[in-house]
Design a protein around this ligand. Structure first.
Ligand SMILES: [Zn+2]
Length: 189
């Protein structure tokens, strides 16, 4: 039972109408935010022709995903961010999951020349995947009517954890370059 409760605390989903929420000490997410997540999930599933599920938990980032289609959005981010930022973070993770970026990266790690020969290194591949996910999320935002202003503000406010790292060793572009790319994709979609 104890083990079950710990697992429930970490991974339980409010999306599927879980009855566990009242039994835990985790602060409740507002009904408005739950509805927002449900709507984003429905729209993205329809758009990607998939049945991924968005869960609420604690992540070290804004959101995470794996190619089995489980998207995890950070609880405190969900409670404090604006809808555009939440949409972008989830759509970015949908792109990673849909394109199976984690599987491809693992494949390259275990067989460096087998997956993406045109890309020089694992870091290059990661950078390429991050940009690809940003581009897809920007297009989805345009299609689904999420304002770009909030998304750009979000990207520019993300702390640059790679500050001072040479461009060729960075996984993410600099925030200003990332914002510029996202805006360009949005406007050209
Ligand atoms: Zn990413």
């Amino acid at each position: 039972m104890k083990k079950f409760c710990i697992i429930a605390l970490i991974t339980y989903s409010l999306i599927g109408g879980s009855t566990l929420s009242k039994a835990t000490i985790v602060p409740r997410v507002s009904e408005e935010r739950l509805q927002l997540i449900r709507e984003i999930q429905q729209k993205l599933n329809l758009s990607f022709h998939c049945e991924f599920s968005v869960h609420i938990g604690q992540t070290r980032k804004y959101a995470t995903a794996n190619s089995s289609g489980i998207i995890m959005i950070d609880r405190s981010f969900l409670q404090s961010a604006d809808p555009e930022s939440i949409f972008f973070a989830i759509a970015h993770e949908y792109a990673h999951a849909y394109l199976q970026h984690d599987v491809l990266l693992y494949g390259q790690m275990t067989n460096p020349k087998g997956v993406n020969e045109e890309l020089r290194s694992w870091t290059d591949t990661r950078r390429h995947f991050e940009k690809e996910a940003d581009g897809i999320a920007a297009r989805k935002a345009k299609q689904m009517g999420f304002a770009i202003e909030g998304i750009i503000k979000f990207i520019l406010e993300i702390p640059d954890l790679e500050k001072g790292v040479p461009a060729e060793d960075r996984v993410y572009s600099k925030p200003s370059e990332r914002a510029h790319y996202i805006l360009a994709v949005f406007q050209s979609s």
